[in-house]
Design a binder for this molecule. Structure first.
Ligand code: OAD
Length: 262
């Protein structure tokens, strides 16, 4: 339930010309049945060992077991492909329509659901990449390619086929391709993950709405603290208390809406 003070503030904000930013995490896609990152469903078995997402999602793991890492991503890609945007995604795309050039979306989600629900690629910074895309693992170019149509989602037990292996190669040089996602042993950059653009957006933002994120990654933390430092309004929407709800409530311009994002 939105209280009267917040409602009044939002109405006044909507009439202003100030920039607004929405920062989303896995929680916004939970109602589309995509498991959250730190939930219990992320484990993956390779040989006789179970791996946590924080071990699977590394360049080191990819170098050691490229087939297994691709299989894991193609399994997750299948979940994202069949998922549908939920009312939370639709509200965010409606906000872009309402606010136009004042609006920026920063998302940690690689599921592509914001774009599918109508947010524009220009105003959406996918700071952890997109699971439907790949790029050269040898970095012959910085190009990002859609996954070839012949590459299909995998069930948990299904191995890669020879055809998958043939298709999952860089179209420019033929080297092995990798999923276009940020891994735990890598750093943000501008060209692939809009690092500089996100920080520039944060510097201008006067209202930041964080949705469904545990606040565990670096760039989102920088964004929240930049907006807070410059006196912007913070609104956190989450089922649980988290670092961003605490950041919001510890300032005079902050709100925490505890509940489902939808
Ligand atoms: P997490 O899985 O860490 O956190 C999900 C958050 O969503 C938690 O705070 C939940 O309380 C909240 N939540 C769950 N269901 C919700 C719902 N229906 N409505 C609102 N909130 C809900 O996911 P992220 O914070 O997105 O990065 O994780 C951030 C990043 O951590 C991921 O993008 C991934 C990982 O490192 C990379 O792989 C680079």
């Amino acid at each position: 339930m939105i209280d009267t003070a917040l409602k009044e503030l939002l109405v006044n904000f909507a009439k202003s010309r100030e920039p607004i930013c929405v920062l989303t995490g896995a929680g916004i896609s939970a109602e589309s049945q995509i498991p959250t990152f730190r939930g219990p469903e992320g484990f993956w078995t390779v040989g006789s060992r179970e791996y946590h997402p924080q071990e699977m999602a590394t360049f080191q793991m990819f170098l050691q077991y490229p087939d297994e890492v691709w299989r894991w991503y193609l399994y997750r890609m299948g979940i994202c492909k069949t998922a549908l945007p939920n009312p939370g995604h639709l509200a965010v795309s409606e906000m872009e329509r309402m606010f136009g050039g004042r609006f920026t979306l920063i998302t940690q989600n690689v599921d592509g659901l914001h774009l599918r629900s109508g947010n524009s690629p220009e105003r959406t910074f996918q700071i952890h990449g997109n699971i439907f895309h790949m790029r050269c693992a040898g970095e012959c170019t910085r190009n990002i390619y859609p996954l070839p149509p012949g590459v299909s989602p995998k069930s948990k037990e299904e191995p890669l086929t020879e055809e998958d292996r043939r298709l999952l190669r860089c179209p420019a040089c033929g080297h092995l391709a990798r999923p276009h996602v940020l891994w735990f042993d890598e750093s943000y950059d501008e060209i692939h993950y809009r690092y500089v653009s996100s920080l520039e957006t944060a510097r201008k933002t006067k209202l930041l709405i964080t949705v469904g994120t545990s606040g565990a990654t670096n760039l989102p933390n920088q964004v929240v603290h930049e907006v807070k430092r410059s006196g912007g309004i913070l609104i956190d929407i989450n089922m649980e208390e988290n670092p961003f709800s605490r950041a919001a409530l510890s300032g005079k311009n902050g709100f925490f809406l505890k509940g489902k994002s939808g």
